[in-house]
Ligand binder design. Sequence first.
Ligand code: GDP
Ligand code: MG
Length: 756
Amino acid sequence: MNGHFSAVGDQPANGNYDHGCQVIDEEKEFNRNLNDYLQTMHVTEAGFNYHLISVFGSQSTGKSTLLNHLFGTTFSVMSETERRQTTKGIWLSKNKRETSAGTKMADNILVMDVEGTDGRERGEDQDFERKSALFALATSEVLLVNIWEHQVGLYQGANMGLLKTVFEVNLQLFQKDKKRAPVGPHVLTVDRSSTPRSLLFFVIRDHIGNTPLSALQNTLIQDLQKIWSSISKPEGLEQSRIEDYFDFGFAALPHKILQGDKFESEVAQLGARFTTGHRVAKGGDDGVAETEGGILLPEYHRRIPADGLSVYAEGVWDQIVNNKDLDLPTQQELLAQFRCDEISREVLVAFDQQLTPLEEKQTQASKLGKAVVLPDLGSIASEAREKCFKAFEVQASRYHKGVYSRKKQELESKVDGRLKALYQGQIAAAHKAGVAAFSEAVANKVKAGQKAGGGYEFAEIVSNEKKKNVDIFKAEVDSLAIEGVEWTNFVSQTQLFEAELDEVSSKLRKDEIRRLATRVERWVKSRLGDAVGLEFNKLGSGRGGSGAPEEGEKPATEKDLWDRIWNVFTSVVSEAEGRFSDRAKSFDASDAEVEVGLWRLRRKSWTALREKIEEEVMEGNILMKLRENFEDKFRYDEAGVPRIWRPTDDIEGIYTRARESTLALIPLLAKFKLLSSQSPPDLVGFIGPQPSGVEAGDEEDLAPIGGVDEEEGKSLEEELTMLSENKRQDLVVRFKKTADGVYVEAKRSAIGGMTQ
Ligand code: GDP
Ligand code: MG
């Protein structure tokens, strides 16, 4: 390495950008550090608010020196004493000056210092010259052309060769666009508004002052026109003019070494022109456009967002070194794809941070079969979604519109796909949790009500709990809604939820009806137990009742036993029916449900009655009753006074009457038959036909009733038979034995009484 040079073309170590950043090295390799450099310089976040300027000119004409003075950069310059090429490849540096000659310079001016291009050092290598010109044109707004004053007018001069190259590559670059333009090949004027333009800014060095700048300017423009006319133009652009593609600018600087101070102040004046400006009138005959403000017009900007600049530059360079047809529109689309994907990934990182923990929680819960409703999901998710889209829009919308909107859709469907899954899981969990909470709350309230003595309103509990849980569900649904996003509308899911609560309610109501039925049946059983027991006890008194009948009451006879039982039975059942239907209706049971309940109640009541009667007529029980009945008739006289047997009494006669009277009860007891109608009670009519609302399970616990359930193979006759023929005969035999025993005892006591 030569100690005279303040820097050589080696890539700086990462982060060391003392001399700017080498974009293209001497091996024609693109330097991937460019983006890092732009980030370090805080340019990447600038969007379109940056400017790219390149410098051209013969080797050692003081280009680097000029840039360093204009922009405070530290591009390496050749030492005063040695004449050798210094800059290798292409370097880039950010303007380090805020102001120049008291004027604020434009933001984020990036300057590219291009290697000496007259091929002196590279021999006849025109290749790099061409490539770097192409590269600078494809990226830069302003091309500074550095030229000695004494070179002006030397049409054959090295600079002119370079300009010829610049013009040719410019046509090559933009002809594609032109061919695509709807104006067609025969329209010879070039549409200014759609053609990317560049500013060729001539800086005339070592200006002595004898020739005014305007004269130099005219000479240069004439030369440029000559060059333009000499180059071969692509088909359709034969008549195009140089002004269609370029604006021109001019400045002259005094000799840096001979007029040091003046050089400094003129450079500062020049620097003050690097501010933004706009066009007032298009270039006149002299080719110089009238502008206001600085030289940086918006139309020169290549519209590559700063954060995509390095990718774009790399793509352009790649095409250039591989000698591909440089297709800038395609480059821009490729860049847009690359950058949009990159931005998409970046914005998804923040989105993931918010969403992934929630997704994990949900998956875990569902693995365990739990219904976990994630708190604040709606606000977290919609905020993350909004932020993600916004961040994408801010950065990516600067890129190619078509690509951007396609990538935006991709991102949206990715994000919304994830949210959709999450939301559906949430709705499912809210549904499940809501149904569980509802069932549990209703069950608990009912239980508490029962504990407190049954004073609760089932229908009210259900409607309160339903409202409560529907409200909670709706609040969740509302919190998930995102304005203008169709799929976040979960109205139908709310309806489903309500429908399920109704279904659960009707199941709970059925349970409640069953509970009510059980209570009422128990009540019926106990009432029947007492009442029927009482009627059978009366049998124990031979005069049809214990003690004298109450006033107004028809004296009970043994013969209307069944009438009394039937009456008490029907009145108990009808009272029970009243209780049942009142209560069932209070909790919104349907008519059909009530009807089924009553039908079941009547059947169960009959079964209970029959069981009670069977218990009463069980051998031991009924035998005791018959004996009591008999003894009552035998041992007491008509006035109810106990008999003291004397030998003269007609013991046998009294015995026979009493025995026959009691024996007559047995056939009476055997059949449930009403004295009033001389026929069995209308059991079939009483129970009634099976209601249409009977569902599976409603009949399971019902005992068959002969004559009512025809297919059971038991007749009504059998149903109403309380003592079988066998039992009757058996009972007669046993009773007679008992009666005989009593008779013998009476006989003995009569004789015994006499001997006393
Ligand atoms: P570059 O190769 O075009 O980048 O030129 P440099 O900036 O490295 O400068 C080349 C030589 O020209 C150096 O020795 C400078 O000192 C000298 N130089 C710089 N500016 C001027 C100037 O305005 N006039 C003259 N005559 N020489 C200059
Ligand atoms: Mg240089």
